[in-house]
Write a protein that binds this ligand. Sequence first.
Ligand code: SF4
Length: 474
Amino acid sequence: MYDLITNRGDIRNDLIELIRCFIDGNDADIKINHTYVQSGNISVYVSVSDKLYKYEYPLCLSTVKTEYARYDLYVNKTSLYRAFSDYFGKRLPWGSLTGIRPTRLAVRLQNSGVKYKDIASELQTEYYVSKSKAELTAEILRVQNSIIADRTALISPQISDLVNLYVHIPFCPTRCAYCSFVSEGVEKKNWLLLPYIDALIKEISYTKELIEKQGKRIFSVYVGGGTPTVLSPELLRKVSAAAYSGDVEYTCEAGRPDTIDNEKLSVLNECGVNRISINPQTLHDATLKRIGRAHTSEQFFRAYQKAAKFGFVKNVDLIAGLTGESPDDFIYTLDNIVALAPENVTVHTLCVKRGSSDSQNEISKNSYAQEMVDYSVRTLKKSGYVPYYLYRQKQMTANLENIGWCKSGFMCVNNISVMEETIPVYACGAGAISKIIAEDGKIQRLANPKDVLLYLDQFYDRMKKKEAFYLTNT
Ligand code: SF4
């Protein structure tokens, strides 16, 4: 437990986010006092229990509001990090960074004049990021720079004309223990499928008309969830055909291996889907059972082989730090996935968010997560994969990250543009979040209701709001 007193209530949540990376619920009561003083320069005082720290910074010279706010957050979080790091004798892999996209910071540093070769050292000295994470971030920045330039140039000379189309299927066969996404167990909600898909198809067609009316072009399509392949072949065909947008990257999540068969794969293939994601998460049946997934590792291998015959570009998602797994368990899973040589491998770190059943069970965090992630970095690099996108979430085990890896030439451009928020998203379905990017880089969001019944009930009002959102903001 901790008790935070600060004279900066406006950034209290940011400070708490960093404090939580050092203190968990089992620590003894700790009193933290944070005081920000601005006069001829900036002084930040941090006391942790009976130890007092003082840090000095020059004033921010920028008159740009966003830059001022960033610097303000930087001095306060850096001070807190330095004090905590000393007090607990502990360094965090991502240093003082608590945001979800370290690569965004790397882009900003590059845009502000830091040379590419100095990005990693800047992350280490200014933000206390570990050497390995700083170098990983710089590597991803290099890969992203080249892809974005290549792919956008192929489709349109004007990036501002491009949009991503996202379609959400909020149903899964069962619910994973760590899940906090917008997803319903399909068995109990079967009766909602037909009306939901009908409404969704209307929204997709309406959204595509809007995109056309605005003179924009679809850059990539992503059908996600949930588990889109939980739909029957007929419904899957309807959705996939509606979302088809010509010769662009078109991904469908086929996350649960037990929802995939030849008929559905054939539907996806006929409807123009060119990438799918099949996600075992682990190849240990006991873990799969424990985390609430109703499939076996054997089903994963069968589904994977079937998908390979259709020629899809394949992604495989894995999770490091699953409760009860040892480093050897993770090594077994990763080695066997690498042996299959999928074009993409995404290594997530377990993240137990509020709203998941695991969060209620207060599962113990896996203390080997760092070791597992380190192994995945070494092995995937050695096997010819490059890291191409990275993001973090709150409450990730060991404050780690998720990394997307690919074989050269097989990057999922949707993943990059969505994670880095470089292209607007026109999103359809319950809980789907549309995003537009203003000229100053600020993101505006419009969310559909998460609840499927509410989504259906408010459908026409929401469509009007959606039109107004896009027409007035773009
Ligand atoms: S497959 Fe994904 S969306 Fe579905 S329950 Fe599991 S974590 Fe949630």
